[in-house]
Design a protein around this ligand. Structure first.
Ligand code: ADP
Ligand code: MG
Length: 315
């Protein structure tokens, strides 16, 4: 069924849940939002383009979930609590069934995380989804990329490589891996729990080495990782594929958190591991200098095939 622009917007408005701090949501020229006193706003935008970030056969509900999840992952990395989102849709055809499926996925995650969709834009064009999320964090408790110090441990949540394996294997990938590609879990509770514990944090979207690399540059330090300490999911281990380590180190689409923890905070973190809904692993340490070295079981540096995903590489 084809819809007009205004019918599309009305379909979104009818399903979007509110919040007390949304003074005016979808329908006027701008939303009116009441930020909490004493907190900084954390704002992040991500765009998903057909053919670049997803393929035409993606399930609309998965796309809706992921469009929000990748944004919320950025707020998680800042230790922020998400509150509001705006949704910009560029659609080739105004398809009601597609929109309903897309909203099923997006609003499932929005509801679970208490996020209100407060506005957006709807245009005609190649399929593209852009979301902006806004959250709150006390400014002095935000986790930034630039706080890592020499001697800090390097930690990650969950496991990496699952989504990249699912992408590479397509329909042949086990369901557990496909779930990780299509329904990533933003680590929001963990990010907030790391306030006062982590010295720096980033979410892993373009590959562990690449994103840790951004944290290292911002902090002016280097890192050494031990592959023996790299966590791996049972499903990825069971594949026994030679590309496994490449996926773990450089695959991307993981949406886990990578963070540094000063020695003085490590006992505090270890004592609290049971509180988190995701496993944490210490995979290395921050060292003086620059760059990231990955050491094999004998402590020898591994040559790294590629660092991660760069949209403008070789163009
Ligand atoms: P204007 O032309 O004044 O920018 P629009 O017609 O673009 O207004 O939007 C009307 C209202 O609908 C606005 O409140 C806008 O935020 C909201 N809106 C438009 N597109 C979307 C969308 N895809 N998701 C959520 N809200 C939307
Ligand atoms: Mg507009």
């Amino acid at each position: 069924m084809g819809l007009s622009e205004f019918a599309l917007i009305e379909r979104i408005r009818a399903r979007a849940a509110g919040r007390d701090d949304v003074l005016l949501g979808i329908g006027d020229d701008a939303a009116l939002l009441q930020p909490p006193a004493g907190q900084a706003l954390a704002v992040s935008t991500d765009t998903l383009n057909l053919g670049v970030h997803f393929s035409a056969d993606v399930v609309p509900a998965d796309l809706g979930w992921k469009a929000l999840a990748v944004n919320l992952s950025d707020l998680a990395a800042m230790a922020a609590t998400p509150a509001w989102a705006t949704l910009s849709l560029s659609l080739p055809t105004p398809d009601a069934a597609w929109l309903d499926g897309f909203l099923d996925g997006l609003l499932a995650l929005a509801t679970a995380q208490g996020v209100a969709v407060v506005g957006g834009d709807t245009t005609h064009g190649p399929l593209s989804i852009s979301l902006t999320v806004i959250g709150f964090v006390p400014a002095d408790q935000a986790l930034r990329r630039d706080g890592a110090g020499v001697g800090d441990g390097v930690w990650i949540s969950g496991t990496t490589g699952d989504a990249a394996a699912a992408l590479a294997l397509g329909d042949a990938a086990p369901a557990a891996l496909r779930e990780r590609l299509h329904r990533p879990t933003p680590r929001l509770a963990l990010g907030r729990a790391l306030r006062g514990i982590a010295s720096a944090c980033i979410d892993i979207s373009d590959g562990l080495i690449a994103d840790l690399g951004h944290l290292l540059v911002a902090s002016g330090v280097g890192a050494e990782l031990c592959i023996a300490d790299l966590p791996i999911s049972p499903a990825l281990r069971a594949l026994d594929d030679p590309r496994r380590l490449d996926w773990q180190l450089a695959g991307g689409d993981d949406y886990e958190l990578c963070f540094s923890v000063p020695a003085a905070q490590e006992a505090n973190l270890v004592a609290r591991l049971d509180e988190f809904d995701v496993a944490l692993a210490r995979i290395g340490r921050i060292v003086a200098g620059s760059g990231c070295r990955v050491l094999d079981d004998e402590g020898r540096p591994l040559p790294l095939a590629r660092a991660g995903y760069d949209h403008f590489e070789r163009r």
